[in-house]
Design a protein around this ligand. Structure first.
Ligand SMILES: *Cc1c(COP(=O)(O)O)cnc(C)c1O
Length: 410
């Protein structure tokens, strides 16, 4: 967001004008930023074969999926519905990796029917899969490297107590299943969690997966999952992707020599690609002075942006209506009848009722985690593409809430 003569702009589009046009609250995404992030990743790994699969669950709007497909991205899908969405958005089946957790063999078989790549994360399903498909359908295997990565405990997935992946210590068992059923393993996968800051954590993961890879002779790829940390605050730390690129490239080159050939390195970022491309705008309904603080109460809540209440995520907040106002301290809260706080003790340019606030980093896990709690309607989504704004999802109406209800005559 750029400040030009006291007005905020996104790719030249006036922000207040946008919110007035589409109404408040509203999610706005910039394709320019998505493209920039995609290209940053490609650049960091330009010296080895790399493929990027956008993680659908971060932002599943059809136009966003199509945009990434056109950039050359594949898709990371965690449910059969995401697989179906991806196919509808034009991804080729072989460009989709289906990485579910705790789903039935039936759901996995649907993925097989649709022709997408299958990533299996427990030995029970691996065995059932081998018994059904034998050597006919190759698989990827998700390994749990037992690395503690990820910012908040709720978003860390690779540690010892995690439900994800097959323990790196269970590889002998995996090999027994493979021998007994003749399964072809085309890929290995790890995903240690979200918000990993440290390049070291990725390198430790690489060590474990590349060590395991030596015992799988037919690999086409290793999938490194994601977890890159993006900046949330103006001076926040973030994963240094160029540095990671250099270090992993070195490590992979060494591996290629040991392995005898090159295989593709896959990443499946969600946040890294879309978090910073998104803004969520809301209007201040009430400024409420209490004995302890000043609340700014806005026309949205955890139903539209749950990350702060769900896992203490920080979303930077900017008063876009009063860019030069003097800084004062507010607690920004939503309208939901629960504790519904977006930020405590935030310094904002003086807030008046009717002002619009912007939440930054609203591209990933904001719309996709939204709900109708309190019978509230979901906001529209707007895409800014080449300096123009497009409505890509309509604001819900009451009909959306009633749509699937069966009304009885009691
Ligand atoms: C959620 C998820 C991702 C994306 O994680 P980000 O932190 O958004 O980059 C990638 N791979 C798998 C398997 C996931 O579950």
């Amino acid at each position: 967001m750029k400040l030009v003569q006291n007005r905020y702009q996104l790719d030249g589009v006036d922000v207040i004008g946008l919110v007035e046009k589409y109404g408040s609250p509203v999610y706005v995404y910039q394709t320019s930023r998505m493209k920039l992030q995609y290209e940053k990743m490609l650049h960091a790994f330009k010296d080895i074969p790399v493929k990027i699969n956008f993680a659908c669950k971060a932002l599943n709007n059809f136009n966003v999926l199509t945009f990434f497909r056109k950039l050359g991205s594949g898709l990371d899908a965690v449910s059969i519905q995401e697989v179906q969405l991806g196919l509808k958005a034009g991804f080729k089946p072989q460009d989709i990796i289906f990485t579910p957790n705790c789903v039935s063999i039936e759901e996995i078989s649907e993925g097989v029917k649709l022709g997408v790549r299958i990533n299996i994360d427990n030995i029970s399903i691996l065995e059932q899969f081998g018994n059904i498909y034998g050597s006919k359908v190759p698989v990827c295997i998700r390994i749990n490297p037992h690395i503690m990565g990820g910012g908040h405990e709720k978003i860390s997935t690779g540690h010892i107590d995690s439900k994800f992946g097959i323990s790196a210590y269970q590889l002998p068992h995996v090999h027994r299943v493979i021998e007994a059923t003749n399964i072809q393993v085309e890929g290995l996968h790890i995903h240690t969690g979200s918000d990993i800051l440290d390049v070291e954590v990725f390198l430790r993961g690489a060590e474990i997966i590349l060590e395991a890879a030596k015992s799988f002779p037919n690999l086409q790829y290793v999938d490194f999952g994601s977890g890159f940390k993006v900046p949330y605050k103006p001076d926040d730390y973030f994963t240094d992707i160029e540095h990671l690129g250099k270090e992993l490239t070195k490590r992979f080159r060494k591996f290629y020599k040991e392995y005898g050939r090159e295989i593709t390195l896959i990443f499946e970022p969600g946040k890294f690609l879309v978090s910073e491309s998104g803004y969520f705008f809301a209007r201040v309904n009430v400024v409420k002075q209490t004995l302890s603080t000043v609340f700014a109460g806005i026309d949205t809540g955890l139903n539209h942006l749950i990350r702060p209440m769900f896992y203490d995520a920080y979303h930077h907040i900017v008063n876009v209506s009063n860019p030069k106002g003097k800084l004062r301290i507010y607690t920004v809260v939503g309208y939901i009848c629960e504790t519904d706080t977006f930020g405590w003790n935030r310094k904002l340019n003086e807030v008046h009722e009717g002002d619009y606030l912007a939440f930054l980093n609203a591209g990933a896990y904001c719309f996709t985690m939204s709900s109708n709690y309190n019978s509230r309607l979901r906001p529209p989504e707007v895409l800014i593409h080449q300096g123009k704004d497009y409505l890509i999802r309509q604001r819900e109406t009451l009909d959306d809430i009633l749509k699937n209800q069966v009304i009885l005559d009691l």
